[in-house]
Design a protein around this ligand. Structure first.
Ligand SMILES: Cc1cc2nc3c(=O)[nH]c(=O)nc-3n(C[C@H](O)[C@H](O)[C@H](O)COP(=O)(O)OP(=O)(O)OC[C@H]3O[C@@H](n4cnc5c(N)ncnc54)[C@H](O)[C@@H]3O)c2cc1C
Length: 406
């Protein structure tokens, strides 16, 4: 099979892959952005595009028309055994603190397609294809020069594209397609540090939840995970439950995930019951795993960088990964642009990417992990909410924190 040669191949056109493709295409590089799905495509998600992610999306050139139907969020409601905490500051201080907060709920079907379109406008070439293999590095000429062949299957059969720069951004579980990144499954030890997450999400119509607040339900029976009701225009909502995965990835809480989701969405005693009483499901619920970070994972090899959830950049407390995906993808793209300019894409020259990602995200991911372990205990969680709930500052700081998480 004849191998086409381009400057860069990006595997996966989610937030991380699109951001990487935009960074390289804007620098004038010929980029092929490969995804096994046809866009617009659904990705099981809470669809909460936090303030950081929104800022990145704008920087990447997402079209305003795509965002316009989805209003800015004004705050959050947190339910727990103690009752409901309304984190929606109304006063002047709150308005000042939230003035730059542009968090929204936007279905990934819409958001990711708009990002892919931005990548196309920047000059990247989107192609449909399932990547089966990223071949080992072949050096040629001087040190740091060479390339990899990316092989897969597309609508027209098998394909092979060669490039000196490859970004792996295939999301959960996708690292297996690069030889150096593969960890034997047995080594994916499930520990307190690195337990994966799992979540089920569905869309509903006729939801009575507040249209400008995201709802997090931290009631005892959902712990160590949480339930959510995230509003969509016209009385719709994205409703879901996420928890930590056990060894068989079905949820390690007291009840398997599918029962938790069923109970959350249908039980009259559920904290979401009042909002969902007259609601009807809009399509089937979907379940997907999350690579909660931080994890020891190789992010750099000759001519190759790993970004987004493939690099386990997902918050272990919140499950938020879109902002991490956008920022890490952009950083990967920028790193490769610099390396291509000096014709040295060796792992040694790309190593600053791995250090930058760890420096930038690991402290935050570790802090989320510590908070997750602390709040898993219902006694501690309820004690904290009882202590902080009545304080006026909680409304402002809580809203700012929750809207800036993703
Ligand atoms: C139920 C659920 C709720 C979530 N809620 C939120 C939330 O509200 N806010 C938030 O910030 N984060 C949330 N997350 C996390 C978030 O969805 C991910 O962290 C984010 O999508 C990661 O972006 P990514 O670009 O790295 O990967 P993805 O978005 O997973 O994109 C990867 C892309 O790669 C493609 N791909 C994979 N393998 C191949 C292959 N072999 N060949 C070709 N293409 C391939 C896929 O088709 C996909 O399009 C949630 C996750 C789950 C599961």
């Amino acid at each position: 099979m004849a191998e086409e040669r381009v400057d860069a191949v990006v595997v996966g056109a989610g937030p991380a892959g699109s951001a990487a493709a935009i960074a390289m295409a804007r620098a004038g590089r010929r980029v092929v952005l490969l995804d096994r799905a046809t866009f617009p495509r659904d990705k099981p998600c809470g669809d909460l595009i936090g303030a950081r992610a929104m800022a990145w999306a704008r920087r990447l050139g997402i079209a305003e028309e795509a965002l316009a139907p989805y209003p800015r969020l004004a705050g959050a409601l947190v339910t727990a055994e103690r009752g409901v905490l309304d984190l929606a500051p109304g006063g002047p201080v709150g308005r000042i603190l939230l003035r730059n907060s542009d968090a929204r709920v936007i279905p990934r079907l819409v958001f990711d397609a708009a990002l892919v379109a931005a990548a196309g406008r920047a000059g990247a070439e989107l192609r449909r294809g399932t990547v089966r293999e990223v071949a080992a590095w072949q050096s040629e000429g001087n040190a740091g020069e060479g390339g990899r062949v990316v092989r897969g299957t597309g609508p027209d059969g098998a394909f092979a594209v060669q490039a000196p720069a490859v970004v792996l951004a295939g999301g959960y579980g996708s690292r297996v397609i690069a030889p150096e990144m593969t960890e034997p499954l047995a080594r994916r030890v499930v520990t307190r540090e690195s337990q994966p997450g799992i979540a089920t999400r569905g869309y509903f119509r006729g939801v009575a939840a507040p249209p400008d607040r995201i709802v997090f339900c931290l009631n005892d029976w959902v712990l160590p995970g949480y339930g959510w009701v995230f509003p969509l225009p016209g009385g719709g909502a994205n409703v879901g439950v996420g928890t930590l995965a056990g060894p068989n990835e079905t949820g390690s809480g007291r009840e398997p995930l599918r029962y938790l989701y069923h109970r959350f969405t249908t039980d009259p005693a559920s904290p979401a019951a009042a909002w969902l009483a007259a609601a009807t499901p809009d399509g089937a619920a979907r379940t997907w795993a999350l690579d909660l970070g931080p994890r020891h994972r190789r992010l750099v090899a000759d001519g190759l960088l790993v970004a987004g959830e493939a690099a386990a950049l997902v918050g272990p407390l919140t499950g938020a990964g879109i902002a991490f995906g956008l920022e890490s993808g952009w950083t990967a793209g920028e790193t490769l642009v610099r390396a291509l300019a000096v014709r040295d894409v060796s792992a040694r020259n790309l190593a600053p990417y791995g250090r930058a990602i760890r420096r930038r995200f690991s402290p935050w991911l570790r802090a989320e992990g510590a908070a997750q372990r602390f709040l898993t205990d219902p006694g501690r969680l309820n004690g904290l909410l009882n202590a902080l709930g009545p304080l006026p500052a909680t409304r402002v700081l809580g809203a700012r924190l929750l809207l800036h998480l993703g």
